[in-house]
Design a protein around this ligand. Structure first.
Ligand code: SAH
Ligand code: SF4
Length: 344
């Protein structure tokens, strides 16, 4: 136990861990409190008390992919599909800006209805509102990523999901781990701020595999890391799996903060699905970003990646007030900036 505490203390200052050290931290739970406190101190020292809010628009739940874990997978015939049209997306972004958001995140399934021209139209119109734009729309070609960058897209989120190639092949049939990595490389080359992350608790995923994921995040120098528990969805082939747990997810997040002190780390919605105080706890264990939903009406419920998603009956205005209250209560402040990664 003393060995673990000195390991955490060392990492708080040199931001480096070996794979076997990370596995040790996973295996033992006696020093979790020390780990979370150390991650909180590193967060405060490097990125401060400001919490960046990103307004999330879930603009289409139509997807040509078939990821085993995801409720939006194309073989799921049990959900009603929707698409929000370009001008409506722009209106939602305008409202989000009205609520004070400085970043708009556009997320969807991989839906080819949104051609490069349509996306360029949407992005360039949102960019007129003086906000940062983040895309989370899956695997595209270098040329497509370049076209979005040229009209002003600032950031891109694409989780690697798992760095275990065999597990990846099982979880994401028809997709390739190599192509996912190619996407991350292309996005970096094009000058995006790149966000990635993994799912925690996939079937047969080991601590070693999670340790590799964390080392991968550091290796590619990601600007943002979003992790969350895998939550089994009734409408998918993984419906009978156990899924991820809150504690392991929190530990992956806290270790990531120790190793990557100046990046942005969201307190993810999936964390709050497993624990009613999940995002608050995450913000006190290394996180500095929250992505409240600004999608309206029925679409919120229909964007059903996993069951039990929080706040699906709420309005964007309610979510903004609610999360603001939570952040202020723990002595933190809402950032007024666009919240790019602070470079050392
Ligand atoms: N189609 C895009 C973006 C939407 S999916 C993409 O795949 O990149 C966004 C994220 O939802 C995925 O990266 C995945 O990690 C997460 N997700 C999907 N199904 C989930 C589940 N059952 N539990 C938790 N997270 C899930
Ligand atoms: Fe589609 Fe993304 Fe879900 Fe995979 S995770 S099925 S790409 S929405």
């Amino acid at each position: 136990m003393n060995k673990l505490i000195s390991l955490i203390q060392k990492t708080e200052f040199n931001h480096s861990l070996t794979k076997s050290e990370i596995i040790e931290l996973f295996k033992n739970n006696e020093c979790n409190g020390d780990l979370f406190k150390a991650a909180d101190r590193v967060r405060k020292k490097y990125v401060g008390d400001e919490v960046h809010l990103r307004g999330l628009i879930e603009f289409s739940n139509i997807c040509k992919r078939n990821c085993m874990y995801c409720g939006l997978r194309r073989d799921n015939k049990n959900i009603k599909r929707y698409r929000i049209l370009p001008n409506e997306i722009i209106k939602l972004a305008q409202k989000a800006v009205g609520y004070g958001y400085k970043t708009i995140v556009m997320q969807s399934g991989e839906d080819d209805y949104y051609t490069v021209d349509k996306l360029k139209y949407i992005i360039s119109n949102i960019k007129k509102m003086d906000v940062a734009v983040t895309l989370s729309i899956g695997e595209k070609t270098f040329e497509e990523y370049k076209a979005f960058k040229e009209v002003g897209a600032d950031r891109y989120l694409i989780r690697i999901e798992t760095t275990d190639p065999a597990l990846y092949a099982k979880m994401d049939p028809g997709m390739s781990y190599e192509n996912r990595k190619r996407c991350l490389r292309d996005l970096k080359v094009l000058g995006y701020e790149v966000g990635t992350g993994c799912l925690i608790g996939l079937p047969d995923q080991s601590f070693e595999s999670l340790a590799n994921d964390i080392l991968f995040f550091k290796d590619i120098d990601a600007d943002m890391i979003g992790v969350g528990p895998f939550i089994p969805n009734e409408d998918t082939p993984l419906k009978n799996e156990r899924g991820g747990d809150f504690l392991t997810s929190l530990k992956v997040m806290a270790i990531t903060r120790l190793l990557m002190p100046n990046i942005n780390i969201p307190a993810t919605t999936a964390m709050e699905t497993l624990n009613p105080r999940g995002r608050t706890i995450a913000l006190e264990s290394g996180a500095n970003v929250v992505m409240p939903n600004v999608t309206e009406g029925v679409y919120r419920k229909l964007y059903a990646l996993y069951p039990g998603k929080i706040c699906t009956g709420d309005t964007p205005a309610h979510c903004k007030n609610c999360i603001t209250g939570k952040i202020i209560t723990i002595g933190r402040v809402i950032s007024a900036s666009k919240g790019f990664r602070v470079k050392a």
